[in-house]
Write a protein that binds this ligand. Structure first.
Ligand code: PGA
Length: 253
């Protein structure tokens, strides 16, 4: 079993880069720069088609993840990819319920099925949650609570060490600025409270990440002032130089 690390940094490459050689170049640059990293686990989630070519990224503190995973392990499901299939490429994690997948039709029920199948197949899951917009009456809080409850339906306490919650307010994804750190802090407390409601005393058993316009310049303050265990990073994870600097900064926390 991997030793528990303090920080978790996940790169979500989405449908990038365009070629496998670019993908290898990014991964090699990142991997080469990680020799002195001590407290941080790094996960890269490339497009499925690059997994085989990027297997060498897997190591003691580094692993590959997928951006989605299907809720069955075999059968007549055109175009879908199962946990067992990706595990051949040393995949350890899968993101589930990213807002861009939810927008394409993944309901809370589908997200829950995917979470359960991934866990049962031995993958760790990064469950994305997040509101589309905020309202003064605080309805977004009930929305977040419902998303968490539905995603974790029938997920037992023995699985919690394999669950990560990534809070990504949709309006901050692909934007210029992240959510401000005091609001991130509020949300991390709120999410912890919900997880305690579901599973009882938790401590840091379930890591909470923030995602949405995280860059080299703001990563450290989001982690420290936002009180999160890690970050889910889109665009900046494709910029090998910045991503590496960001990881080094975070490792000093
Ligand atoms: P971004 O994407 O860092 O480019 O805003 C984050 C995400 O969608 O996970």
């Amino acid at each position: 079993m991997k030793k528990k690390t303090k920080n978790l940094i996940v790169g979500n490459w989405k449908m990038n880069p365009e070629t496998v050689s670019e993908a290898k170049k990014i991964v090699n640059t990142i991997k080469r720069g990680l020799l002195n990293i001590k407290k941080t686990e790094i996960v890269i989630c490339p497009p499925f088609v690059y997994l085989d070519s990027l297997k060498s990224f897997s190591g003691k503190k580094t692993s590959l993840g997928t951006q989605d995973i299907f809720h069955e392990n075999s059968g007549s499901f055109t175009s879908q990819i199962s946990p067992n299939q990706v595990k051949q490429f040393d995949v350890v994690y899968s993101i589930v319920g990213h807002s861009e997948k939810r927008k394409l039709g993944d309901t809370d029920e589908i997200v829950n099925k995917k979470v359960i199948n991934a866990l049962n197949s031995g993958l760790k899951v990064i469950i994305c949650i997040g509101e589309e917009k905020r309202d003064h009456s605080g309805e977004y809080l009930s929305f977040i609570k419902k998303q968490i409850f539905l995603a974790l339906k029938d997920v037992s306490k023995k699985d919690i060490e394999n669950i990560v919650i990534a809070y990504e307010p949709i309006w901050a994804i692909g934007a210029k600025e992240p959510m401000n750190t005091s609001e991130i802090h509020e949300m991390s407390i709120f999410i912890r409270k919900i997880l305690r409601e579901i599973y009882g005393i938790l401590g840091d058993d379930i890591k909470i990440l923030y995602g949405g316009s995280v860059f080299l310049e703001n990563a450290k303050s989001i982690m420290v002032d936002g009180f999160v265990h890690g970050l889910l990073i889109g665009r900046e994870s494709l910029n090998a130089k910045n991503f590496l600097e960001l990881i080094k900064d975070i490792d000093k926390i």
